[in-house]
Design a protein around this ligand. Structure first.
Ligand code: DUC
Ligand code: ZN
Ligand code: ZN
Length: 496
């Protein structure tokens, strides 16, 4: 047997193991793991020396907004070209952005539009989550089941944002559908009325600067909504994944649900380890660069996020890359001194997600290499139905690999990043460890600081249904006939 490429002598890391071995690639897939495989490279193939380096599965960024028009009419600064190039330079080889429905739109049409955007531009592989803002009987009853079968097996719903949010009744309808079809529901959990009330009072009093964004999106609003949606999912007996968790209060609610055996999963993002509400309190409109929802919090919440990645409250660390430039196309679309309510929500981070987590997580000993791989790649593949192809280094999987130099020290600056932004919230931050060689399906994507692939060479990945273990709570439910009444009313997937 001969190979197209052998990565020789690196330290290979998966979610389970660390081993010194070679990785052999043939026809875009991992063909063998073992010792001394380089001798079997085919004529014209190549041997890549990884001695002293780490060989990791390419990252999966399962929460990023790419070429997405927000409900308020802001287009992200990155399209599928710049976002996927930037992702690849940061060691990410799969992205799962959103195909976002605006109210009144057919989901099918939305999905087609996003394919038109991604197909000609993406340089790494991609899947799509759906955003459901209009949970009509037509959308839930007709469109969504077909889309799930076609490989769009996860969808995000919002509990806040006027033009996106679903009330609890609609959320239950979505959860019921997800239960029947076996799909994964991602939830943006913030209490809309709390935020709206605080925003109105702040603006009435003339408190319009960016720092008040963090006050309006109170930690309590996130905690309340997180607890509420956990109750809704428990009623319906269906898994949920609470996205971009920023507060200790929400983390504790997820932890408690998981301790009770519920299939409640959590995601957090680098901004909730590294940025604080004080970053929004900069001179002029500079603070708008840090406006995202939920907002950055404080150091106690940072520690809670680290605890959460260590104790498996969180399974996924994604970027929530939502890039809006610091100009009239983005943050300053409503003028040079906008009120916080009219500032595009979101910050960039698709390229620095992994180096930040590696440096501050592995580098400080908070997490080990296997946990880093799990949080940045393997768990997303499992939760979103990509595990046969992505998220691990195993024979048969796609050869999506990132060779990391664990000792490479980098000072993050906007000039070195490959997105289409004009700032990074992490300007000047020093990290240790960076990916130096990246492959996708065995194609070299990044080498020697250069992009090696063509526009549009990324491929769409239809997702399977996630294969999740049965909830621990089964026996509890049987003992307590009053619970999960909602789920009892729903026909099981097998029966429907
Ligand atoms: N919040 C979101 O919910 N989505 C995009 C970016 C943000 O800040
Ligand atoms: Zn969100
Ligand atoms: Zn988001």
């Amino acid at each position: 047997m001969t190979y197209d490429m052998v990565i020789r002598g690196g330290t290979v890391v998966t979610a389970a193991d660390v081993a010194r071995c070679d990785v052999a690639v043939r026809d875009g897939r991992i063909a063998a793991l073992g010792e001394d495989l380089a001798g079997a490279v085919a004529d014209g193939g190549r041997v890549v020396d990884a001695a002293g380096k780490l060989v990791l599965p390419g990252g999966i960024d399962s929460h990023c907004h790419i070429e997405q028009l927000s409900a308020s009419g802001f287009m992200t600064a990155d399209d599928f070209w710049s976002a996927t190039v930037s992702a690849a330079f940061g060691g990410t080889t799969t992205v799962i952005p959103f195909a976002a429905q605006h109210r009144g739109q057919s989901l099918r049409t939305v999905v087609e539009e996003y394919h038109d955007r991604a197909g000609p531009k993406a340089v790494i592989d991609y899947a799509f989550h759906l955003i459901i803002s209009d949970a009509t009987p037509q959308v839930l009853g007709q469109e969504l089941p077909g889309l799930i079968r076609d490989g769009y097996t996860s969808f995000k719903v919002y509990m806040t944002y006027e033009l996106l949010r679903l009330d609890d009744y609609s959320l239950l309808n979505v959860l019921a559908l997800a239960r029947r079809e076996g799909a994964m529901v991602m939830v943006h959990a913030e209490n809309h009325e709390m935020i709206q009330w605080l925003t109105d009072r702040l603006l009435e009093a003339g408190n319009y600067q960016a720092k008040f964004h963090a006050i309006s999106h109170a930690a309590l609003a996130e905690g309340e909504a997180t607890g509420r949606v956990i109750s809704l999912s428990e009623l319906m007996d269906v898994p949920i994944l609470v996205v971009h968790v920023s507060t200790e209060r929400a983390a504790v609610a997820i932890r408690e649900a998981r301790d009770r055996g519920l299939r409640v999963y959590g995601e957090t993002c680098p901004q909730y380890f590294f940025l604080t509400a004080e970053d929004l309190d900069l001179h002029g409109a500079e603070g708008t660069k840090f406006c995202c929802s939920p907002p950055p919090r404080d150091e106690a919440d940072h520690e809670a996020m680290w605890r959460g990645v260590v104790n498996d409250t969180f399974q996924v660390v994604s970027s929530d890359h939502a890039p809006y430039r610091f100009d009239s196309s983005g943050k300053l679309a409503h003028g040079p001194d906008p009120d916080f309510k009219h500032v595009a929500n979101g910050i960039p981070g698709i390229e620095v997600r992994l180096p930040l987590l590696f440096s501050e997580g592995v580098g400080t000993g908070r997490i080990d290499l296997q946990r880093f791989v799990e949080l940045s790649s393997t768990n997303a593949a499992r939760l979103y139905g990509l595990e046969d192809r992505k998220g691990s280094i195993k024979v048969g999987a796609d050869a999506d690999l990132a060779i990391w130099d664990p000792d490479l020290e980098v000072t993050i600056s906007i000039d070195m990043l490959h997105d289409n932004m004009d700032y990074t919230p992490y300007e000047g931050r020093r990290v240790k460890g960076w990916p130096v060689f990246v492959t996708s399906r065995g194609r070299v994507v990044v080498e020697d600081g250069e992009l090696k692939v063509e526009r549009g060479s990324g491929e769409f990945l239809p997702c399977e249904l996630p294969r999740l273990a049965e909830p621990l709570g089964q026996s509890v439910r049987e003992m307590d006939p009053g619970r999960n009444f909602g789920a009892r009313l729903m026909p099981d997937r097998e029966a429907s």
